[in-house]
Design a protein around this ligand. Structure first.
Ligand SMILES: C[S@@+](CC[C@H](N)C(=O)[O-])C[C@H]1O[C@@H](n2cnc3c(N)ncnc32)[C@H](O)[C@@H]1O
Length: 229
């Protein structure tokens, strides 16, 4: 069965040699091979147990190399690679980091090793605004930033490229993703409705009213006890 999140990530891949960082079972890379979009893949994970799932899943595929390691630090020649391939050089053209929190992705992109790579496909599970902010502050151009829904969960998928100058985003683009604003797809209105309902529910929540009442009370007491300070 097609997984819409994985398909949206694969749609952003336009290079033939990729590295999937935090690959776990490696389903994204698997789909890229099935679609014949890639010729070679480096799969890495910080967890030995997780990477083993990918190794098992690829069943002696000679077009893959696997390595345990933290983020982009795994992509080093001298590391121990689980390898059925004759290929030894580590030269991915596009890096995929998906299914992790935005802050974890920021940590990986902040590693010194990140300087060696230009093309990334990112799919944060949360903290997407922080990730967009990091990207524009660090000379990444956001090429596309789209929304997809798998099951009941919305995911943003960001295709980005390192440049030599700072780009910018409007506040709206920072909050909602530039492609979603320029070419809203069918998920975007659904997402806006979902977020609106979520916020309205929070506002309706009694606890918020209690906090507002308490804040008002503190204001009054301060005026009474510390007037003019
Ligand atoms: C939820 S899985 C995502 C798997 C796959 N990328 C996907 O999106 O379908 C997240 C994986 O990232 C790995 N991970 C978390 N932090 C990492 C890091 N700093 N470096 C490498 N892998 C990491 C975890 O061990 C886990 O296997």
């Amino acid at each position: 069965m097609t997984n819409l999140r994985i398909s949206a990530i694969c749609n952003c891949v336009d290079k033939t040699v990729v590295a999937e960082i935090g690959a776990d079972h490696g389903y994204i890379t698997k789909q890229l091979f099935e679609q014949k979009k890639i010729e070679f893949a480096y799969l890495t994970d910080i967890s030995k147990k997780c990477l083993q799932k990918a190794v098992d899943n690829f069943n002696n595929n000679t077009q893959c190399m696997f390595c345990i390691g933290n983020g982009l630090q795994a992509l080093k020649q001298e590391n121990i690679w689980i390898n059925n391939s004759k290929k030894q050089d580590i030269n991915p053209q596009q890096i995929i980091i998906a299914g992790m929190g935005g802050n974890e992705i920021i940590q990986i992109l902040s590693q010194t090793e990140a300087k060696a790579y230009s093309n990334f496909v990112l799919q944060p599970q949360r903290n997407v605004v922080e990730l967009r902010n990091f990207l524009i502050e660090n000379n990444f151009e956001i090429l596309s930033d789209t929304l997809v829904k798998e099951g009941k969960i919305f995911y943003f998928v960001i295709k980005t490229k390192k440049t030599d100058k700072k780009s910018s985003l409007t506040l709206d683009e920072l909050m909602f993703g530039k492609t979603n604003l320029a070419q809203p797809n069918k998920y975007f209105l659904e997402y806006l409705n979902f977020e609106e309902e979520k916020l309205l529910n929070i506002l309706k929540n009694k606890k918020v009213k209690e906090i507002e009442d308490k804040l008002e009370k503190i204001k009054q007491i301060k005026l009474k006890t510390h007037k003019g300070e």
